[in-house]
Design a protein around this ligand. Structure first.
Ligand code: NAP
Length: 248
């Protein structure tokens, strides 16, 4: 690795889409820092091992990204050691699905905090550094649900629509300083998050996808990495939809 290696932080990098993003970035031999939350470190360890096989010494840190204090602590540590952050991928997310009538206040708060407040926490923690660098790319993982809604996901849809509004606003604030911030909005992707859905619902969802199949985490990772490449340097405040045509 050279000193010019990019410093890339991926939240929710232990599995699913976050892992695919880290593995896709690994091709350029960057310094990768993965944030995850589960006290069972096995998924994070597995991702580290996969990166290690590609010659990357990835760091994994257990941090609750919904905690402003803990996020500031880890980014303070990252920035003081590496003196820069080139890429931030705000990917960590959870669901607590139920119809609005039955939704507990705690499930509303939890989903908004983990999915949306985390994006505020992490973005605010890196933005001063990126502005000083006059460079940086931030990609926020939104969702098709934030665009078109989905019964049982009022909390999740609100968090993901919120991410899109946040992204456009911050894009306008930092564009003059050479920093880009965009969203990738996946459709129905094959990860642990969707594996818990009953087979009947999975089949019904597949029926709504013109391409007739679920997406792979790697499909999302491609869009994320491209948005962080030189080729996308004139793109900011946008949402790229990776959904097999489910929303267009
Ligand atoms: P996943 O397999 O369930 O992975 C979620 C990741 O988020 C894990 O790495 C998890 O860490 C991390 N995480 C959860 N809570 C956290 C917290 N409080 N602090 C730090 N990290 C936390 O989900 P996925 O399907 O890959 O989803 C990734 C993103 O894509 C999410 O934002 C999701 O909303 C979005 N998305 C997914 C789909 C889909 O169809 N799968 C569609 C649209 C959007 P641990 O492993 O340590 O628990």
């Amino acid at each position: 690795m050279t000193d010019r290696a990019r410093v890339i932080v991926v939240t929710g990098g232990s599995r699913g889409i976050g892992r695919a993003v880290a593995l896709r970035f690994a091709q350029e031999k960057p310094r990768i820092i993965l944030l995850h939350y589960d006290p069972d470190e096995s998924a994070a360890d597995e991702t580290s091992a996969l990166l290690h096989e590609q010659g990357i010494e990835a760091e994994t840190h257990k941090v609750d990204v919904s905690s402003h204090k803990d996020v500031n602590g880890i980014f303070h540590d990252i920035i003081s050691r590496f003196e820069k952050v080139d890429v931030l991928v705000n990917n960590a997310g959870i669901t607590r699905d139920t119809l609005l009538m039955k939704m507990a206040e705690s499930d509303w708060d939890l989903v908004l905090n983990v999915n949306l407040k985390s994006v505020f926490n992490c973005t605010q923690a890196v933005i001063r550094t990126m502005i000083k660098q006059r460079s940086g790319a931030i990609v926020n993982i939104a969702s098709i649900t934030g665009q078109i809604g989905n019964p049982g996901q009022a909390n999740y849809a609100a968090s993901k629509a919120g991410i899109m509004g946040f992204t456009k606003t911050v894009a306008r604030e930092v564009a003059p300083r050479g920093v880009t911030i965009n969203c990738v909005a996946p459709g129905f992707i094959d990860t642990e998050m969707t594996a818990i859905l009953p087979e009947k619902i999975r089949e019904a969802l597949k029926g709504q996808i013109p391409m007739g199949k679920m997406g792979r985490p790697e499909d999302v990772a491609e869009a994320v990495c491209w948005l962080c490449s030189d080729g996308a340097s004139y793109i900011t405040g946008q949402t790229i939809h990776v959904n097999g045509g489910m929303y267009m």
